[in-house]
Design a protein around this ligand. Structure first.
Ligand SMILES: [Zn+2]
Length: 188
């Protein structure tokens, strides 16, 4: 059976927590599971995925999607991928191939960037997924359901990753409100 579960949502929605939860719930042994994450920020521990809630999962840091292949062996039954949005378009092929080889894939990724544009391969991955789990955050303004990521103005030169103080989860109405303020502050 081809199986690919995609956990998706905005920032602060608990995507990684959900991914680690599914990893821990799996009946497979540690040798049968592979976890990977893109190598983006060397400040963090090289082999663990950390969440805001403090739980961890051992993971290989890889810089390209095809680096998953040499990590697969005859024991591998499941592959877990965190921050899947940062891999290039080739990740779609890699996941498709794992599925064809009866390896179950679970991936977590950010839906949209702060401009609400589809993030990297996410739109293609949604089409490929056999199961989608949408996780939501709480709006920074009204505490309602948030599915958008708002980026505070004046920080355009910063890297996208790791600077969580630059971002807020927002509902659609407050994301639009924020974007209007942003445009005004830029045009002044
Ligand atoms: Zn709101």
């Amino acid at each position: 059976m081809r199986e690919f579960t995609l956990i998706h949502g905005c920032m602060f929605a608990g995507k990684t927590t959900q991914l680690i939860g599914l990893y821990n719930e799996s009946m497979c042994s540690a040798e049968e599971k592979l976890a990977v994450k893109p190598l983006l920020d060397k400040r963090y521990n090289a082999t663990t995925i950390n969440t805001h809630s403090g739980i961890q999962m051992l993971a290989h840091r890889i810089s390209k999607a095809e680096e998953i292949y040499p990590l697969i062996n005859e024991m591998t039954k499941e592959v877990y991928i965190d921050e899947v949005q940062f891999f290039g378009p080739f990740i779609v092929e890699v996941i498709g191939e794992l599925m064809m080889n009866q390896i179950k894939v679970v991936a977590a990724g950010l839906d949209k960037d702060y401009m609400a544009r589809d993030f990297g391969p996410m739109a293609a991955l949604k089409k490929l997924a056999t199961q989608k789990i949408e996780v939501k955050a709480k709006c920074h303004v009204c505490n309602g359901n948030a599915t958008f990521t708002y980026r505070k103005p004046g920080n355009d030169d910063l890297l996208l990753v790791g600077h969580t103080d630059v971002y807020e989860a927002r509902c659609e109405a407050h994301w639009i409100e924020g974007m209007k303020d942003r445009i005004e502050s830029i045009s002044q």
